[in-house]
Design a protein around this ligand. Sequence first.
Ligand SMILES: C[S@@+](CC[C@H](N)C(=O)[O-])C[C@H]1O[C@@H](n2cnc3c(N)ncnc32)[C@H](O)[C@@H]1O
Length: 197
Amino acid sequence: MSEQVYLDKSLNVDVYPPLKRALELVENSLPKVAVDAGCGAGRDAMYMVEHGYTVHAYDKSDAAILRLKEVGGRHIDNTLFPKTCSFEQFEYPQTTLVNACSSLFFCDPALFAGAWQRLTNSLQKGGVFCGHFMGPDDTWAKMGRGDLTIHSYADIQALFNDEFKVIDIVEHNTDGTTLLGKSKHWHVYAVVAQKVI
Ligand SMILES: C[S@@+](CC[C@H](N)C(=O)[O-])C[C@H]1O[C@@H](n2cnc3c(N)ncnc32)[C@H](O)[C@@H]1O
């Protein structure tokens, strides 16, 4: 029930600034092929489709993918390809844009390294990553749940060290609410980075 409410609400929120920035950065000469990793109901996937991309959108939740298939309309199997899958198992096509807004920190920490390698390998030179990482001050990180991947600022720099030019790392460390209205402290880093190799 709350997942359906969440999915509905997520469709009525504006896309995150890192995605808007990323779309400006992908060079025009590159093919417009994107992945939305942990796409939820697909607000960002639809935004990328509307900006001329062929979008492969995956989420581990069947309910989310069903919702995306409803909202995707005529784009489904044309320029939008939704799939139920996990970060660690998704077979990426070659991409020029990977969006992981508010999703990748849900990856099992034991599986993150492999999932990250798959994701970054898919990006061709000049392609752009945008997404969020969760910092150690977040309420959920402090709960020690064990099912979230937490990154410090230095961890994030290391992730992008070799193959990327980091365009932006914006830290949000502030009290707020979830989309379902529950109070929590958010500590997330919004990252935009361009593949240079
Ligand atoms: C906070 S929601 C964000 C959804 C979407 N990116 C958005 O901004 O509306 C996080 C999403 O990550 C998905 N997710 C969690 N763990 C996942 C995993 N291991 N593999 C793929 N998706 C996952 C959830 O099902 C959920 O839809």
